[in-house]
Design a protein around this ligand. Structure first.
Ligand code: GLN
Length: 394
């Protein structure tokens, strides 16, 4: 006889989530805790958020900013978001009609997709992909078409991308700087993508949470800033990575007024709104001087170099990331046959948690030679990781 729990699941589980698996990234964090391993799996900083930002949040709570904000975001924060895009990209967004504050980019992405996709619609996704995008599309009943980013430089084949677009394509999802590859899409690549969006009348839904984390002179270009894209781009971003506050869950969505209308409805019914005092602190964050962003990129650039040296020293061939804070390492030379057994060994015997590359691919075999390491950590943590990694070859 099946257990009561199993039978409840069989009886009541929705078809919508039937294919869902547990998030591998978050599972790795749990394993790291269980084994006392250094967590280079889930991408969150182990160092404090900026002092002034923490103070602004505490002051907002003491100033009694503790009740609901307007569902699509407190006005001062929407104004600050508009100000940010004016300052960094010379783009004007109307805080009243084009900006929605949400609970992190994760909620932003699903709210957007639920607002624009119908069952049977197709979306185009670059692979490897951040794991949330697949369940997001499944919740919408949308069909996903994958286009390969090819190691080591993660370039894509333009013909393959073109073939992925069909009359049923509603949107392409673009994450640049990219998780997990560290690829920063170039202007030429973005122009090609923008051309396809216009030719096939589709939307570009962009996840830009690593926008300020770029190296080697790479520049982040929001596709919405390209000619002809303003009316067909939906930009999702958040405070998490830029200000080291991944637990705050404060993000935003920029979209043309008509689309913003739809997105706000979904957002309202699933979350009501993001935390009011943290939105208030966000006003201070988004007003930080340019020097903050320069320092952020420089700091992570040094950390990238540190972890790449440690990984290469341990016999793992790295694709050098030009943005975001992850490295995809190739384990082919380690003697391990697949990413999952390698990561298990890494956690249990070496004391480091990382993410098996297969979790970023549709077919696990395609990612079996990759493991993702994150480096948004204190130098002290990266140094511990270096010492532990040196035991890999022992
Ligand atoms: N974006 C981060 C990562 O890829 C965190 C994911 C999450 O757990 N929300 O590791």
């Amino acid at each position: 006889m099946s257990s009561p729990v199993a039978s409840l699941r069989t009886r009541f589980r929705s078809q919508r989530i039937a294919n869902f698996t547990e998030s591998v990234i978050r599972e790795m964090t749990r394993l790291a805790i269980r084994h006392g391993a250094t967590n280079l799996a889930q991408g969150f900083p182990d160092f404090p958020a900026p002092e002034a930002l923490k103070r602004a949040a505490a002051e907002a709570i003491y100033a009694d900013i503790n009740q609901y904000s307007i569902t699509w975001g407190a006005k001062p924060f929407r104004d600050a978001i508009a100000g940010k895009y004016a300052r960094h990209y010379a783009m004007q967004f109307d805080p009243e009609r084009e900006i929605t504050v949400c609970c992190g980019a994760t909620e932003g992405m699903i709210a957007v997709m639920l607002a624009v996709l119908d069952a049977g619609d197709e979306i185009v996704l670059f692979e490897p992909f951040y794991e949330n995008y697949r369940p997001d599309s499944e919740l919408c009943g949308a069909r996903t078409r994958f286009v390969s980013l090819r190691a080591p430089d993660w370039s894509f084949d333009r013909d393959e991308l073109r073939r992925a677009f069909t009359p049923r394509t509603k949107a392409i999802i673009l994450n640049s700087p990219n998780n997990p590859t560290g690829k920063v899409f170039t202007r030429e690549e973005l122009e090609f993508i923008a051309g396809l969006c216009q030719e096939f009348d589709t939307l570009a839904i962009t996840d830009e949470i690593y926008e300020h984390i770029v190296y080697d002179g790479a520049a982040h270009i929001p596709i919405v800033s390209l000619p002809g894209m303003r009316e067909r781009s939906i930009l999702v971003n958040s405070m998490s990575k830029t200000y080291a506050v991944t637990g705050w869950r404060v993000g935003w969505v920029l979209a043309p007024p008509d689309l913003t209308d739809s997105i706000r409805k979904v957002h309202d019914f699933i979350t009501v709104g993001a935390a009011s005092p943290l939105q208030q602190a966000g006003v201070m964050a988004l007003g930080m001087p340019d020097q903050y962003y320069v320092g952020l990129a420089a700091e992570y650039s040094g950390k990238r170099d540190h972890i790449v040296a440690s990984l290469e020293g341990a016999g793992l061939k790295c694709s050098i990331p030009h943005g975001a804070y992850y490295v995809m390492a190739d384990i082919s030379r380690t003697g391990f046959h697949d990413d999952v057994s390698f990561v298990r060994h890494l956690i249990e015997n070496i004391g480091i948690a990382a993410v098996p590359g297969s979790s970023f691919f549709l077919h696990p075999a395609d990612g079996a030679r990759f493991v993702r390491f994150c480096f948004c950590k204190k130098y002290e943590t990266l140094e511990t990781a270096r010492e532990k990694l040196s035991r890999l070859q022992g």
